[in-house]
Ligand binder design. Structure first.
Ligand code: PLP
Length: 423
């Protein structure tokens, strides 16, 4: 950080515990005083063009006036009431609107407060779906190498433990089946062999459709999802699409499942749901799943209920975000970003350290052979006036959909310069 930090910085830094970082050796985080559109304004006055949209949440840019007004209005009426025994307009309206956007009979919305919890709920729904029908042997999930579904215990257990960041918890986590995505005939045949042997233990398949995000921004095509749907049907498994990253147009269609023409049985959303303003997540169940809970037996109810589920401020923000998807040209903006990323990142293809350049929707990826000093790389990006946060050996851009063409050009130019300089 340049210049003198603000008064709150040092005293707070001694007490805050930061994510995913060795705090002894880390570089100090940049102090931010405000955000505007696609800009992050630092305490020392510098403005960075944001290439990450705060972990992929701020899809309309920061401080969108329509979302801000909705939150302010809701705050003056009622910030929160619990959903146990009480009902409020924002949550009920949001449930109805999300159900209307979903393909097929995905129509029951269970709210929670983070993506990981939405995944936990999806997994519990899947297991209890079978238990409610008297099947007590289907307690495992089938998940995929390269996948990431969150950091809570249940969600960690369906991540790629060996490649991902959760390997040290091996032995603590419940064991599920982790397979290769069926991207070709060989991997598809291997998956069939696994299911022939073990499908009777499996409650559901869980997958991030089209893009495995935090696991390395790896793309697969829609055919993989059609294969998974067919296998789920053949072996009578539920199919869960984790659209926490891909949902709300990131890959080019409003939801990734649309691109494949596949309807999952359960779908999870979070991140861009509130346009990057407040924490909220949703687990959306197909009618067939909900029907297995609809009974005269109280024990068949879904046993889950986060304190802040359906928070009125967050639901007001999400309803306002949906207004923006309805009335502003987000899908064509994403298509324009995809074209600009393709063109803007193309020069990286010929660079020595680059292994792959790929683009899907508003996701641009430059995969390197390795990153030796991630802090130095991040510092170089800040020196270029942009905020880009590489992980593993991957540099990626996931800007807000409202980013101006010039700003997007500055992001891709910065990637070209920084990657071009690598030894
Ligand atoms: C696909 C996917 N699922 C789940 C999560 C977890 O969400 P959260 O960090 O809100 O718990 C993430 C977060 O990156 C994600 O990308």
């Amino acid at each position: 950080m340049e210049g003198k930090p603000p008064d709150w910085y040092e005293p707070g830094l001694r007490h805050v515990w930061l994510p995913y970082v060795q705090m002894k050796t880390m570089r100090r985080p940049l102090a931010v005083t405000r955000t505007e559109g696609c800009r992050i304004v630092l305490n020392d006055g510098r403005e960075l063009i944001d290439g990450v949209a705060s972990w992929w949440t701020a899809c309309h840019g920061y401080n969108h006036p329509h979302i801000r007004a909705a939150i302010e209005r809701q705050l003056s009426v009622m910030p929160h009431v619990m959903l146990g025994g009480l009902a409020h307009e924002q949550a009920y309206t949001l449930a109805r609107r999300l159900a209307a956007l979903m393909p097929g009979d995905l129509e029951r919305v269970f709210f929670s407060d983070s993506g990981s919890v939405a995944v936990e709920v999806a997994m519990k729904m899947a297991v209890q779906y079978w238990v409610n029908q008297g099947v007590r042997t289907r307690k495992k999930l089938l998940a995929f190498r390269g996948g990431y579904h969150g950091d809570t215990t249940g969600a960690m257990a369906v991540c790629d433990l060996e490649a991902g960041m959760h390997a040290l918890f091996l032995g603590f986590l419940p064991e599920h089946l982790i397979a290769d995505l069926p991207v070709d005939d060989e991997s598809a045949a291997a998956l069939v062999r696994l299911l022939e042997e073990r499908a009777s233990e499996v409650a559901a398949i869980i997958v991030e459709p089209l893009v495995q995000g935090a696991g390395g921004m790896r793309f697969h095509d829609a055919e993989v999802l059609r294969r998974l749907r067919a296998l789920a049907d053949r072996y009578e498994l539920l199919l869960i699409f984790d659209e926490i990253f891909t949902g709300f147009a990131r890959t080019g269609t409003l939801f990734a499942c649309e691109a494949a023409g596949v309807v999952p049985d359960i779908l999870t959303l979070s991140k861009a749901l509130t346009g990057g303003t407040l924490p909220l997540a949703a687990t959306i169940a197909h009618r067939k799943v909900f029907d297995a809970f609809w009974s005269d037996d109280p024990a068949h109810a879904l046993m889950h209920g986060p304190t802040f589920m359906g928070n009125a401020l967050a639901c007001a923000a999400a309803n306002a975000s949906l207004d923006l998807f309805e009335r502003e040209p987000r899908l064509s903006e994403v298509a324009a970003i995809a074209a600009a990323l393709r063109q803007g990142l193309a020069p990286c293809r010929d660079m020595r350290r680059v292994r792959d350049v790929r683009v899907m929707g508003a996701i641009g990826v430059v995969a390197l052979d390795r990153i030796d000093d991630v802090y130095e790389l991040r510092r170089r990006f800040v020196a270029e006036g942009v905020f880009v946060r590489p992980f593993g050996a991957t540099i990626y851009l996931t800007p807000a959909f409202t980013i101006a063409p010039d700003d997007l050009g500055r992001l891709t130019d910065a990637v070209i310069r920084v990657v071009g300089e690598l030894e």
